[in-house]
Design a protein. Structure first.
Length: 144
């Protein structure tokens, strides 16, 4: 009797697992929409500053704006839509166009007056120095 009950439970478990697997397959052919932050960034933490790189291809430097307030850096811009020739239509359009804004909060306040920004070949490079108040200081010891 123990084995009969165990086999019945295992059969029920296998049926549920099979149905669960088939349910996932219903969505295999549906286009997936995932939220992707734009622009994609990498951030390194150096001894005195953060280094941020952002991939922003297809945008003129004049259409980019970088702002730093406190511990947050904001990148804004606008990418024009591609111009299609007469008779052309999209087969697939994965690269977005239009205006974008990305704000990134960093762990420590930044010194906006010393930020360095370079943009070449679709890559934005920012050196974001931490505020002086956040920098470690060596304290001189007084001896008597």
């Amino acid at each position: 009797m123990f084995w009969t009950n165990l086999e019945r439970m295992m059969g029920s478990f296998r049926e549920q697992r099979s149905a669960h697997g088939q349910g996932h397959r219903l969505f295999d052919d549906c286009p997936a929409q995932t939220a992707v932050e734009f622009p994609a960034v990498n951030i390194w933490n150096g001894p005195e500053s953060y280094i941020l790189t952002a991939e922003i291809p297809g945008i003129d430097a004049e259409k980019l704006d970088v702002a730093v307030v406190g511990d947050t850096v904001t990148i804004r811009g606008s990418r024009p839509p591609p111009e299609l020739k007469e008779g052309e239509t999209y087969h697939r359009g994965e690269r977005g166009h239009g205006q974008f804004v990305r704000s990134i909060k960093l762990p420590k306040p930044l010194d906006a007056d010393r930020v360095e920004a370079k943009y070449a070949r679709g890559i934005l490079n920012l050196r974001l120095p931490r505020a002086e108040a956040e920098m470690p200081r060596k304290i001189a010891l007084k001896t008597s």
